[in-house]
Ligand binder design. Sequence first.
Ligand code: SF4
Length: 293
Amino acid sequence: MRLNEYLRNTFGCKVYKISLNGGFTCPNRDGTIDTRGCIFCSAGGSGDFAESPTQSVTEQIEAGKARVAAKMKDGKYIAYFQAFTNTYGPVEKLRALYTEAIRHPDIVALSIATRPDCLPEEVLELLEELNRIKPVWVELGLQTIHPATADYIRRGYELEVYDRAVRNLRARHLEVITHVILGLPGETAADMVETVRYVVASGATGIKLQLLHVLRGTDLAKDYEAGKFEVLTEDAYMEILRQCLAVIPPQMVIHRLTGDGPKRILIAPLWSGDKKHVLNRVNRLLEERKEEE
Ligand code: SF4
């Protein structure tokens, strides 16, 4: 099921995600696991579109609303804690940030991006409690199930950690959205489809498929510029997407099928910068899939 359809069915109106920055860091950057971060992660901690962390949550929500005001008459919003690892901090800090967001009258749900190894019991309890007020979605950056790729990208946790996190979240009735990157160096189309199959079987309720973006300032960019790997062509990406879509059941919510890299720091693949064109092709794929169902 496509996200728009799911949002309309669930909330009965147009819903827009506002990217927030809670001023977090990440154990893969602060030295707890590593200091270098995941190999593809930009200086913004994969939250390059998020609002400024110097503003309060309410100010960020209002700034996000103002940005889309022209397109959003009578719509509602999802507070998306996107930058860095959004459950990595003292539970009192998390409670204060999430509660401020969930109390905002125009916010219909929280979406929290994090790592599966940053979900201790007290955080799970907090998320469960908030989920009784408004829906809480947890977005997990898995990217791949293949150990060699996970090492290369410096993900910093084993696959069992992901499995455990999904089980714990689902046991508390929280929605789980798993992020997968398509086009990681060394992976074949079959490897990527295997990852998607795994995610479907894991119990996640939603999936985000993102094209690998090589962003300026990352270690991935150094490897790319040294000719160590090639990025996917547009046709190759569409074909891989088609194969991935074939293994995603209709009830699973598809949150994204494209990349999300900011153009100003995008090195490759440059074809992905033509968002309208890419979206048209992705939409065609989705239509074909619908006809096959
Ligand atoms: S876990 Fe997320 S924020 Fe941390 S380095 Fe990796 S992509 Fe960046």
